[in-house]
Design a protein around this ligand. Sequence first.
Ligand code: XLS
Ligand code: NI
Ligand code: NI
Length: 443
Amino acid sequence: MDLLHDDAIADLPKVEYAGPASKDPLSFRWYDPDRLVEGRPMHEHLPFAACFWHVMRNTLGDPFGRGTALVPWDDGTDSLDNAERRARVFFALLQRLGIRWYCFHDHDVAPEGDSVASQRAAMEHMTGVLDDLQTQTGIGLLWGTACLFAHPRYAHGAATSPDVQVFAHGAGQVRRAIDATQALGGRGYVFWGGREGYSTLLNTDVARERAQYARLLHLAIEHADTTGFEGTFYIEPKPREPSLHQYDSDVEATLNFLREFGLEDRISLNIETNHATLAGKSMGHELRMAAAAGMLGSIDANMGDAHAGWDTDRFPTDLYLTTDIMLVLLEHGGLETGGLNFDAKRRRESMEPIDLLHAHIAGMDTFARGLLVAAAIREDGRLSDFMHDRYASWESDLGQGIMAGTVSLRDLESQAAQSEPTPRSGRQEMLEAIVNDILLSAT
Ligand code: XLS
Ligand code: NI
Ligand code: NI
């Protein structure tokens, strides 16, 4: 496919695989899309997506200063022309990087306008523009979502607002965003409830608010069933920020919420690394909890900072992290409709357009390398053999009887009287050293 022509980024090259010896920072050293790993091409193991919000709409501002991002293509207005230009530059950037998927919020791509009618018109117009760009480039929509947290009307939440008129606005936006996602052949739709939580319990009825949130999710499913939208619905857990507490605070709390309200068969999880960090959990923990429940849907592939209490959304450059994520994904057989969405932003100091290439290259190469290490760990077999041996006693008649429910407490007491268990080491340090050895030698 020819590269999209766009003068605004004409000087940015197409990034190609050049191998680990390459010193060219605008090449991939590890991401070699067609290389087979465990019999499948890398790009299938690594369904990378870029997000419209951080790439095109994040000015790199912070609470202490204005944005620093240099965006020569953007005239700063809310016009449809500007929106179209941004969309073109976005697709041209993805093509430079060989990224095959993208994600957006409604208001990232379509001007918000000042009425429901103007929002609908803008969204429909931009859906046409995005559709053309998808056809021209072969890039597909991983998931869409509605921004239910930026507008002042959502100060108290959207679904969980105390004002039913606000709920109506949020629901309308969700309808338009699902319809746009469907029109663009999106593989999924995400709910991230940034303000679906509270600032103080002094004014909050948590039972009512959780039920309202669940009602919005049911309404979305009912809508999808009438329009024939077949994408996967995901909910994206996050404990706090911007609210003090959000009801979908981590994977296990979200699973409980979905089950409590009968949503578990229709909604799975989109798990973000930085949100795990904020919840005081590792990404590996969150992914394994979701996988164990059959609810591992998609991943927001960024990275947090252990020292910062907020969502720093860094590009993932930690090899231990990507190795662990890829171990889970290889064991799980991949993500069905999900992907690895870089919900990540450049540092405020990395303001040049070319930094968008450097940032994604770093993330893609770190994931590609993590995939290779994870595959090498599996081929080596020492970790899985150890795990298998560790539970071996459960294969005995006794173990099988306990799990089949044919053994009583009385039986177990007599069994215990017969012998003492022998202490056995978990060998954590030995296992960590094995991971280090493989991590430094896998190619
Ligand atoms: C914010 C969330 C958000 C979702 C999409 O912390 O990660 O970006 O992914 O609304
Ligand atoms: Ni996210
Ligand atoms: Ni986030």
